[in-house]
Design a protein around this ligand. Structure first.
Ligand SMILES: Cc1ncc(COP(=O)(O)O)c(C=O)c1O
Length: 367
């Protein structure tokens, strides 16, 4: 299998740990182990007794029970825990696909959602979200992309990088379409529970039936990327078993301390999500004001969920702009070219506490 460099990760590798302001992070503000342990009075004591042997390959039963609370119809044996969402994407693609299969991927996309399938030898077609339509996806276009060899549809809502949230009627129709056509739907829901209007939250795809696999993680809405705990939830036994069997060749089982902390975090996920949404809401109003002050330079479609937006630079070249900004002002933005976007967009992160200072630095740079 021949995988090209993961552009976004290689870009971050140059700057993430030596730049003052990361203004393009997709995850929300993290916290220390001590802060997380303080959520329950006896948690620190229990954590010190966590046994450092191998753990159950599918994830600890207690953690999987906690994960089930995100879903309506899922039982612990239908949850498979991974090292981050990244591992789950990699294993799903290998479990579900083979050379010459056709896969339809919501685009622009987090690179591995298309690249792993391509690396396996699949024919990958974009299902393109367009800015002029508010980054919406058109179901008629999807129907037109279908081929006899189509095996799976990959969708990501709330969406990285646009913050697009699919309307419920479209999500229902997408699930019906996948099920009726005998296709797998891989639903990347890692930004779920970060909707700005909680009433707009979508049901999880896995609750629609065994055509679907839902992907979750502690990294984004809950701000705990360092735990490296992700999972899939599915009624599809065959896919589950194949992924579980492939996991024996990657990580075998998860980190015991991380499983303990993830279980604790998910017991308090409402509190974690509320804290991060508060940061996002405050940041959104600062970005709103900034972008309207500089409407000569930028435009955007305001996101409806998640911790990022995908504004557009109206003049100049986005790669050159981001390069000058990081080198001269110490602020990292992510050029849309990392997503193969050619229309001068850039990713702006909304989940970090220091966004007000970062935006002030950008304004200073621009003036
Ligand atoms: C849409 C999407 N899926 C999956 C992932 C992978 O998450 P993790 O890095 O926590 O494994 C990311 C990370 O940015 C993402 O944005």
């Amino acid at each position: 299998m021949n995988l090209p460099p993961f552009k976004l990760e290689r870009y971050f590798a140059q700057y993430e740990f030596n730049t003052e302001f990361l203004l393009c992070s997709s995850d929300c503000e993290a916290m220390s182990i001590a802060d997380l342990l303080s959520f329950e009075p006896d948690a620190a004591e229990k954590f010190s007794h966590v046994w450092l042997g191998y753990t159950e390959s599918q994830g600890s039963p207690a953690l999987r029970t906690e994960i089930c609370k995100l879903y309506e119809t899922i039982q612990p044996e239908q949850v498979l825990v991974h090292t981050g969402a990244g591992e789950a994407i990699y294993l799903f693609m290998h479990a579900a696909l083979k050379e010459n299969d056709h896969v339809i991927v919501h685009t622009p996309n987090y690179q591995s959602l298309a690249e792993v399938a391509r690396g396996i030898g699949c024919d990958v077609n974009p299902w393109t979200a367009r800015e002029e339509n508010g980054w919406t996806l058109n179901l008629d276009e999807l129907r037109g992309l279908l081929r006899p060899a189509t095996k799976a549809i990959v969708v990501n809502t709330p969406h990285n990088p646009t913050g697009y949230l699919m309307p419920q009627a479209d999500f229902d129709a997408l699930n019906r379409f996948a099920r009726d056509c005998g296709l797998l739907l891989f639903s990347d829901e890692v930004y779920r529970e970060s909707e700005y209007d909680p009433a707009s939250r979508l049901p999880a795809a896995c609750d629609f039936g065994d055509h679907a696999v839902s992907l979750g993680v502690t990294s984004k809405t809950y701000g705990l990327a360092g735990l490296r705990i992700g999972w899939i939830a599915t009624h599809n036994r065959a896919i589950y078993e194949r992924m579980a069997s492939l996991k024996d060749y990657t990580t075998i089982c998860n980190s015991a301390p991380s499983e303990f902390l993830a279980e604790l975090a998910l017991r308090h996920r409402d509190k974690l999500a509320a804290r991060n949404l508060e940061i996002i809401q405050r940041n959104l109003s600062i970005v709103d004001a900034f972008l309207s002050r500089r409407a000569d330079l930028f435009s955007w479609v305001r996101p409806r969920a998640g911790s990022m937006a995908f504004p557009k630079l109206l003049h100049g070249d986005i790669e050159e702009f981001c390069d000058r900004l990081v080198k001269k002002a110490g602020v990292l933005l992510l050029p849309g070219t990392m997503y193969d976007d050619t229309a001068n967009h850039f990713r702006l992160g909304l989940g970090r506490k220091n966004l007000p200072e970062a935006i002030a630095r950008v304004e200073e740079f621009l003036s």
